[in-house]
Design a binder for this molecule. Structure first.
Ligand code: NAD
Length: 534
């Protein structure tokens, strides 16, 4: 049972303004451009997590009534892994990228610089107070942004602990924690940021996007949705039942990528249910209620919403169904023969209820998924063909074949929603990229002999404009199609390729220029030759 809500620490409006000012100032000072400084902060963050495993698990248990096993595995361990990966890779991620854009630009050294965006805001949700609060910050720290984290007030014990621990480990010139509820979040959103990453529900997501629009600030919205599990007739029902119910049990279903509902054919519904009944007995031999592994619903508001679903559903309860309001306890409940308009199919469940709906076949599952909002996750059990059909014909934030939740666990995959389940992503390099501005830079020679050569080559662009100059520019830079005129309708014929006369001239010109002025560059250019395609 979760403890009584902690008194939330509210930062004052003055503290919020000052934190924002200080972080913008330190960003402008350039301190976070130093990758060594960023790596030091990531090291400190790993110590923060590792030194405080018990304190963090206790705070989460008070907030969510969740067992230590889940908090250590799904929060502290996974987040620490992300921190360590970012620490080990951010130097590589932050390296300038030299771009080969054809011989014509060889002397101009086109480069993509990985600039930190600036001072950014991360707004977290309560259901995983470490993973979805510190998790999104990791990319920002690796990228060299200065960051304010606003934890969710709903997980107040965890929010308070983060505010206490933060200054003990982290440099306040790079990151700070600001606590509060809607007024404090609103004040933060009224300030100017260079990126806002928000995790939570879509209603607040829209508020965040609207506020951000005032400053044309880019946003990443990590939202939720109804994530389906498609189980076809070829599935191994025993394995499917184990994995689906495990993913529903973790944090009592209060997981953004939890299986929300199952689509299965009429023929196979009973087979799946029989397997699920056995699994529930195996996981909870003395019932869910007595198990130390089964958590509680976070607060009365969420509990009432979930109890309301069970009160209103017209479906049959196949497993569980019992709930006790004082403890905010609810059985792991499986509903069968659920109809599309049922209370359980209205919105994201975000709790321990699993509706099972039957469909005539895989196409029926595709049609149902496509008739509803795009989910954050889609899961498929069955043949390869089924997976291929689902991948090809539906869209979702992520997809797992034969298991659940792993799209979050596999750190190097970009994690995020699609359409109503959010936009943008993070995890691994995707997190770094989210908080990085890829600055396209050209370093044109403008002095000395190289400057003279480049000037000669490109001076034909200057007025007075002449046809002859235009022809020369075309010869030098213009691209010609490397394919013949296609048939009117599309066919999968192989396309021809050719090396246009324009490119050939540009190549000869450039080779001569390079050989004349910088023999060393010629070696680099020759090394790049295989990349020059048609
Ligand atoms: P929440 O109540 O903790 O709210 C999230 C944040 O929004 C909090 O920090 C809160 O202070 C702020 N907030 C709330 N109301 C606000 C307002 N009116 N104006 C400005 N800020 C406000 O979390 P929640 O929304 O209950 O979270 C549950 C939802 O989050 C579910 O839909 C779940 O699927 C989704 N979620 C998504 C992910 C993901 O990674 N995609 C992860 C976790 C949760």
């Amino acid at each position: 049972m979760p403890a009584a809500p902690a008194d939330l620490v509210h930062n004052t409006p003055e503290e919020i303004t000052e934190a924002h000012r200080a972080l913008r100032e330190s960003f402008a000072s350039g301190i976070t451009y130093d990758v060594g400084f960023r790596k030091h902060q990531l090291k400190q963050l790993s110590f923060l997590l590792n030194d405080n495993v018990d304190a963090i698990s206790d705070a989460i248990a008070k907030d969510l009534g969740r067992c230590k096993f889940e908090s250590v595995f799904a929060e502290i361990m996974l987040t620490t892994n992300s921190v360590l990966d970012a620490h080990n890779q951010c130097e590589k991620w932050a390296k300038d990228e030299k771009i080969w854009s054809g011989a014509i630009w060889a002397l101009h050294h086109p480069t993509v610089r990985k600039d930190p965006k600036g001072t950014v805001l991360v707004i977290g949700a309560w259901n995983y107070p470490i993973s979805v609060q510190i998790g999104p910050m990791i990319g920002a720290l690796a990228a060299g942004c200065t960051v304010i984290l606003k934890p969710s007030e709903v997980a107040a014990h965890s929010a308070r602990l983060l505010a206490e621990l933060w200054p003990k480990y982290m440099d306040p010139r790079m990151s700070r924690v600001i606590n509060g509820a809607i007024p404090e979040t609103t004040q933060l959103l009224d300030l100017q940021w260079e990126h806002i990453m928000y995790t939570g529900n879509g209603t607040v997501g829209r508020i965040v996007a609207e506020k951000a629009a005032k400053y044309l600030c880019p946003t990443t919205l990590e939202l939720g949705g109804k994530s389906p599990v498609v189980v076809d007739d070829d599935a191994d029902f025993n394995i499917a039942a184990h994995r689906i119910l495990w993913a529903k049990v973790v944090n009592v279903g209060q997981t953004c990528i939890a299986p929300d509902y199952v689509l299965v054919t009429k023929n196979s519904q009973d087979k799946l249910l029989d397997a699920m009944k056995k699994v529930v007995k195996e996981y909870f031999p003395n019932g869910n209620r007595e198990s130390p592994d089964f958590g509680r619903v976070v607060n009365d508001r969420q509990f009432k919403r979930l109890a309301g679903i069970l009160d209103r559903t017209k479906a049959n309860v196949a497993i569980g169904g019992h709930f006790e309001a004082p403890e905010r306890y609810m059985d792991l409940t499986v509903l069968q023969n659920v109809q599309p308009g049922d209370a359980a199919m209205e919105g994201e469940i975000f709790g321990p209820i699993l509706p099972i709906m039957s469909v005539p076949n895989v196409q029926g599952a595709v049609d149902y998924i496509n008739a509803n909002d795009r989910p954050l996750a889609t899961y498929v059990f069955g043949s390869k063909n089924t997976t291929n059909e689902i991948i090809k014909k539906t869209r979702s934030g992520g997809l797992v074949e034969g298991d659940l939740l792993l799209q979050y666990v596999v750190e190097d995959l970009p994690f995020g929603g699609s359409s109503k389940s959010g936009y943008g992503n993070y995890h691994g390099k995707a997190g770094f990229d989210t908080f990085t501005h890829s600055r396209g830079c050209v370093h044109a020679p403008s002095r000395g002999m190289m400057g003279q050569i480049a000037e000669k080559a490109l001076s034909t662009r200057y007025p007075p404009y002449k046809d002859s100059n235009l022809n020369f520019m075309r010869l030098l830079m213009g691209k010609s199609p490397n394919f013949s005129r296609p048939e009117k309708s599309y066919s999968k014929s192989s396309s021809s390729s050719g090396f246009g006369i324009g490119k050939l001239s540009a190549l000869i010109f450039l080779l001569a220029a390079i050989a004349f002025t910088r023999p060393d560059s010629l070696n680099h250019f020759i090394a790049q030759l295989p990349k020059i395609k048609s």
